[in-house]
Ligand binder design. Structure first.
Ligand code: TYM
Length: 339
């Protein structure tokens, strides 16, 4: 589903979990769009560490991955003077809003959660946080008055729940004077589901990822491990049925893509050739970012300053919405939200 360009006044919001090393699925499905949009729209991008806690219960790892996601954004070209990048936990009001939303969320809707069912099927403990995860995500999006949410296709159902919650809240508590806009997902067709090494959706939980900043022997081993069929080298091959080409087409400019597709169809071009070309494309694409990342990693205090400033802006914006929420619901507090 490709959407028209958002209206220029749209508030763009999105989040990424610091539950592991970011991979090419995160990059093509989300991060690249975030970087492309962040200068053009008022935007809030958050590192959703509360969400990551539903599956990661290791303080050291959560801290490290949280900073890593910030480094990834900045290295890939996010300019913190143009949009806000921050830690979800710097806006603790999202958990308050999530609670309020829980009181208007039918359990039956959460029971249909594909992501919840999938994670439990993979053996993750069915904790209540995992179950109510989409409600916290709705709070993330709506607390900044988000209109547009650039994500991969796997987030479609969560955004649907967010839309329902915005509408239900407005109808229940402020009919005629909506507190929340009803946001739209922004999902680009050609990157809606980036495949992993085995052709399934690239995902940490499937162990089929290539990290954005993997390099050297690790990167090479992963690329060489991409699953292909056993068509002999000399025979023609169908690029559209090949896991290697599925990634090549994300990296290669149009003319390169056509040249490689033609080589597949002509025969005499093996999967080993394709993997070498893919490896080269990955290395080239991230060479500049890799250097910037190395440099930034030596300045963690600067990165923290950027996150602090982003968090301040996020919390200020959230405070405005939370005052409206408390007022609409009759939650009496004796203080005003921090501004
Ligand atoms: P997460 O952290 O799993 O993934 C971050 C983003 O990467 C996209 N993505 C993919 N896109 C295409 N192909 C893939 N193989 C692939 N793998 C991951 C995801 O769709 C996502 O856009 N629930 C969210 C985090 C979240 C959030 C939010 C997102 C929390 N609050 C508010 C938007 C708005 C998640 O688990 O993403």
């Amino acid at each position: 589903m490709t959407h028209a360009k958002p209206a220029s006044s749209s508030v763009v919001v999105s989040g990424i979990q610091p539950s592991g090393t970011l991979h090419l699925g995160n990059y093509f499905g989300a991060l690249r769009q975030h970087i492309a949009l962040h200068r053009e729209y008022p935007s809030y991008y958050f590192i959703v560490n509360y969400h990551a806690m539903t599956t990661l219960q290791d303080a050291e790892a959560l801290r490290r991955y949280s900073l890593d996601v910030a480094l990834d954004y900045l290295a890939l070209g996010f300019d913190p003077t143009q949009a806000h990048l921050f830690l979800q936990s710097d806006v603790p009001e999202v958990t308050e809003l999530a609670w309020i939303f829980q009181t208007i969320t039918p359990v039956s809707q959460l029971e249909k959660g594909v992501s919840y069912k999938d994670k439990v099927a993979q053996g993750l403990p069915a904790n209540a946080g995992l179950f109510t995860y989409p409600v916290l995500q709705a709070a993330d999006i709506l607390i900044y008055g988000g209109d547009v949410v650039p994500v991969g296709a796997d987030q479609k159902q969560n955004i649907e729940i967010t839309r329902d919650l915005a509408q239900r809240f407005n109808q229940t508590f402020s009919p005629g004077e909506p507190v929340f806009p009803v946001p739209e997902p922004l999902i680009l067709d050609d990157v809606a589901v980036v495949p992993g090494l085995d052709g399934r959706k690239m995902s940490k939980s499937y162990g089929n990822t290539i990290g954005i900043f993997d390099d050297g022997a690790e990167l090479k081993t992963k690329v060489m491990a991409i699953v292909t069929d056993s068509t002999p080298l000399e025979e023609p091959k169908d690029p559209d049925a090949c896991n290697v080409f599925a990634l090549i087409r994300l990296f290669a400019p149009e003319d390169e893509r056509q040249r490689i597709a033609a080589a597949y169809r002509a025969g005499g071009y093996g999967y080993g050739h394709a993997k070498k070309e893919l490896l080269q494309l990955i290395v080239e694409r991230f060479a500049g970012a890799r250097e910037r990342r190395r440099d930034l990693a030596r300045r963690p205090d600067d990165v923290m300053d950027i996150l602090r400033e982003g968090g301040r802006a996020g919390r200020e914006r959230a405070g405005v919405l939370m005052d409206a929420v408390r007022s609409a619901t009759g939650l009496v507090t004796t203080y005003r939200s921090p501004r």
